[in-house]
Write a protein that binds this ligand. Sequence first.
Ligand code: ZN
Length: 514
Amino acid sequence: MSGKTEASSGAAENKDYQRLVELLAEVTALRQSGGLLFWDQQTYMPKAGARARGNHLAVLSKVAHEKFTAPEIGRLLERLRDWEETLPYDSDEASTVRVARREYEKATRLPPDLVVRHSRARTRAHEAWIEARQKNDYKVFRPALGEMVDIMREVADALGYEDHPLDALLDQQEPGMKTADMEGLFGELRQGLVPLVKAIAEKADAVDDSFLHQPFDRETQMEVCREAAAAVGFDLETRGRIDLSVHPFTIGFSRNDVRFTVRIDEGFFNAGFFASLHEAGHGTYMQGLPERFEQSILHEGASSGLHESQSRLWENIVGRSRAFWQFYYPRLQKRFPEQLGKVSREDFYRAVNKVEPSFIRVEADEVTYNLHIMVRFELEKAVFDRELGLDDLPGAWNEKFRNYLGITPPDDLRGCIQDIHWTFGFGGGFAGYTIGNVASVQLYEKALEEHPGLEEEFAQGEFSNLLRWMNENVHAHGAKFGPQELLERVTGRPLDAGPYLAYIKRKFSDIYGL
Ligand code: ZN
């Protein structure tokens, strides 16, 4: 850490750096204020407030964008080049300048008229998507999607790339990650997962989860969600809160005010409980960011995928483990004696891990989930490569489902119009989910090397060693490093499907007796 102290003393003398930090703090404050308006929109805002709120959000984001792309920031970044090179790469100062420059270049490379056309295309795509869903007909969405694809090609060209246009789009979510990296990753996952899904499908009856589909009281579920989130280390006392919304999400306005939402399904236990552990995982990342980054451009996670690694860690690796339920099942049974009083802990553990090929991504289990993402990634790439025309998208989607999951979507609603993502853009928007699943195991195994007793600790309701390890190795860096950089620093390797596949095979061979 000595490099940091030296760099800090140099920073105090660098007026350009101080000015940059000051300007970035204003942008951060505007963005976080917009975040609060968004949170309120999704939770408590009266319905009729929607139009005005949309306007407030648009103005705030416009002002933040103008402030961030102001020529003064460009001049400061230019003048700081030589100074930056004298600093240690991982110092706060060099990282602030580096990340600000990367984001500034991305933001200023897009011509204003393209930004406006993209935003209009989003609005049209969203309207068309809603109508297509109502009519259960992809053809209604098709023209707006075509417009979106054309615009995303332009966006990719404007941002620039070396190998593949998708690289430019992927880089916006996962700095430094390449399309070729994703192809390699999916290649390994395809080989490992497709045969496993087939083998499990032949033993589909081995796991009964019917008792999870019965009435579970809403209030009690909410209490359980709060209890579990607090148990794994999400600070609900003074730095966080949980509310209800249609789509669960987590948002932070600073490390000391992090909020997430859940959706309770009164007829199905998993929906609320595992969403709570998932969002609590995102929440621990935000609460774990260093205090000194509070107004900084580094007050973010490394990428969407790395963020997802934290949510999947607590939702799946911890929350769907035998050890977790050793601790928590007796407590849960006390809350739901009628529903679970006669269900054994082992049967419960197996039920929450049931694998079943299904059409809807957000309901997919741990084994099939990445296949859903792979379908989307392959289709996006084929469209970008002009190997697949948009008229043939539903057919191609269904064929991939047959090949990978052994099932054929009966209609578009359970096929290619299920996700909202293609109304925002087209290309790279799903990769973070798979990166997160794979990275979660890679990080967990590293933590396990240093703390071999983690599972025994979980069984006692003790999660602080794992959380502290993530705090020190992942959260402490904020947005300093891209996902590959961070994984290499922490685990010694870039993203690697090996540990993930081994974990999935081990866990599900045991459950399904393969
Ligand atoms: Zn998530």
